[in-house]
Design a protein around this ligand. Sequence first.
Ligand SMILES: [Mn+2]
Length: 258
Amino acid sequence: MDTPETVLQKIIQMQESNGYSDQQMADRIGCSRPLYQRTRTSKIPMGGTFLKGAMKLLETPAMEGRKSVASRKTRETNINLELNLDGTGNYAINTGIKMFDHLLAQVVRHGLIDIKLDANGDDIHHIVEDVAIVLGRAFNQALGEKRGIVRMANVSVPMDETLVNIAVDISGRGYAVLNMNFSNNDMTGFPADLVRHFLETFAIEARINLHASIVYGTNDHHKAEALFKALGRALDAAMKVDPRIAGELPSTKAFLES
Ligand SMILES: [Mn+2]
């Protein structure tokens, strides 16, 4: 029978070798993040709930799904998110902005991600930007150490008269190059520049390299929708685990920022 000290050592080892965040470990153990952190750093003795959860976790070392839970509350917005990168495209999205819900649903459906998202706030710009922050961070967190992933992908998605291209590299470095012209003609009040702002913020927070271009097109709704579909498709392809390199880091440096 392990002593609480040994259990803690094994838990810390599990966190390090999988690249899990404190929040991810807390979720797995079934306690709060502050409690996890204080226990991990031995600021408080290990409680019964922690010990029980930790021992259960150590007994089932099988690879779990790539999931993440996130909440963010500021004076401007309040966001709650549950994310499963290995989903089937199920979603419950409510940001209070119909067009934004519609666009996010494209990423989820075409990226085969499961999402529960509730967001509200004082202003459309704040909601879109903060959802991008929370979603980006949750994406990066759920990917963990990124072992075995394909890492790079590019897709081309048409929608009627519009064509868009997206290339992504899940590199651990956030960078966006966005080449997109909108005409401000058809987004039912959704500012076209928030499409650009969302993609840029998401790329930086998710620590991915994202290049997105509207190759041509006329209708802004088509352009935006094609971009979000392409983002879903590109992320799905890039985060896919290739069994030939399962467990390995897809980098000649044998290291990726997480
Ligand atoms: Mn902003």
